[in-house]
Design a binder for this molecule. Structure first.
Ligand SMILES: *Cc1c(COP(=O)(O)O)cnc(C)c1O
Length: 383
């Protein structure tokens, strides 16, 4: 008997519906919309890539740390070998940098992966996950991916309402995600509010504080003492993508109690940090000069952008990070028109902020070009 004659054989189908029994989680899973790459926009608009600038993904406009690049060069001749699955040297270096035990650190393929590890370890169908309105897009994605129930708490203005988020915690809550400063709003919660949230959190709810932009703060709230003191339900996440300028290599990390970290280590893939990334990230931690230059460029750039927006009566949200949210009317139109002028910014429709675009701080020349392009698109005369 041919397989086609067997009763259990089902006919193949054509068209958009698939006969595959895809995970039901995928039905309403939002797809992450990244900032548009220069090459892609160049192909689409038939422009030379060198004429385009990208101010859309909060990358470091000064480039990678030169010390990281040098270390990367040395790593290349070893690419035939598998990476160290435990990233020994990077973990040791980070542990020294943070003054915590290496058992308090988990590494991810970007901190995005650390967030996903949290999903693997803690989110299951029925789990509630508390986030804020206008939160980082990855939190809802991770929640839905594991079948969790997203509890989105209304923002206060554009900022997180940490008190309301705490009130939203129930006996079914497993995780709360808080980015501080937040992306895409650039807003910062006060030290007092954050401490109050941490202190009031039930022991069986993991609070993830996403510190992707902490290195840009002048007076950051240092939560590492809580980790050193053995707090079990707190995970801090950080990244090499922003201040260290290594977004293309994908390295991030989580800092927390060894028991939590051991759980996250169980669900991570064996070789999630490639050897080039391990070498570059380890060296980047030594490059305090590059971090300092980046911080200074960012501070001056934010001041320039804010001053320009004020001068031209463009509304913006004061930022604590390396980007700024600007109210432009029709954000999608402004994004498309600025792109034609060679400046890639980020439309915010996916964040329920259709009147805004988000602009990453660039070099002084990029910032000037961006303001000129924005004014042109908005029909504002510049002198
Ligand atoms: C950029 C960013 C990250 C970092 O992502 P990586 O995966 O480390 O590149 C994490 N959280 C927030 C809020 C961010 O804006």
């Amino acid at each position: 008997m041919s397989i086609k004659d067997k009763p259990e054989h089902r006919q193949t189908q054509s068209g958009n519906t698939t006969p595959l029994r895809l995970n039901s989680m995928l039905e309403n899973l939002p797809v992450y919309q990244p900032g548009r790459p220069i090459e892609e926009v160049a192909r689409e608009l038939n422009l030379p890539p060198d004429d385009l600038i990208k101010m859309a993904s909060n990358e470091n406009p000064l480039g990678p740390s030169p010390m990281a690049l040098e270390a990367l060069g040395h790593a290349l001749s070893k690419l035939h070998l598998y990476p160290d699955g435990n990233s020994y040297y990077l973990k040791q270096r980070l542990a020294r940098h943070l003054d915590v035990d290496p058992s308090c650190i988990v590494l991810g393929n970007g901190s995005n992966e650390v967030l996903e590890l949290v999903g693997h370890a803690l989110i299951a169908p029925g789990s509630e996950v508390v986030v804020s309105q206008y939160c980082f897009a990855v939190y809802p994605i991770v929640t839905h991916l594991f079948g969790g129930k997203l509890v989105m708490v209304p923002a206060r203005g554009l900022a997180h309402d940490l008190h309301a988020m705490r009130v939203a915690v129930t006996t079914r809550t497993n995780v709360m995600f808080v980015a501080n400063p937040n992306n895409p709003t650039g807003t910062l919660a006060s030290h007092g509010e954050v401490m109050e949230l941490i202190e009031s959190m039930p022991a069986d709810v993991l609070l993830v504080i996403d510190e992707a932009y902490i290195e840009y703060l002048e007076d950051p709230l240092d939560l590492l003492p809580l980790v050193r003191a053995g707090r079990q339900n707190l995970l801090l996440t950080r990244t090499f993508s922003k201040i260290h300028g290594l977004a293309g290599l994908r390295v991030g990390y989580g800092i927390g109690h060894p028991t939590l970290i051991a759980a996250l280590e169980k669900v991570r893939e064996p070789f999630n940090i490639n050897s080039a990334a391990q070498a570059a990230a380890t060296a980047a931690l030594d490059d305090s000069a590059h971090m300092k230059r980046t911080r200074e460029n960012n501070k001056a750039g934010l001041e320039f952008l804010e001053q320009s927006f004020r001068k031209h009566n463009i509304e913006y949200v004061p930022s604590s990070a390396n980007f700024i949210l600007v109210r432009v009317g029709n954000g999608q139109r402004v994004f498309v028109e600025m792109q034609k002028l060679g400046v890639i910014v980020r439309p915010m429709g996916g964040y329920q902020l259709p009147e805004y675009v988000r602009i990453s701080v660039g070099t002084p020349a990029e910032n000037q070009r961006c303001v000129d392009a924005l004014c042109k698109v908005l029909g504002i005369a510049t002198g």
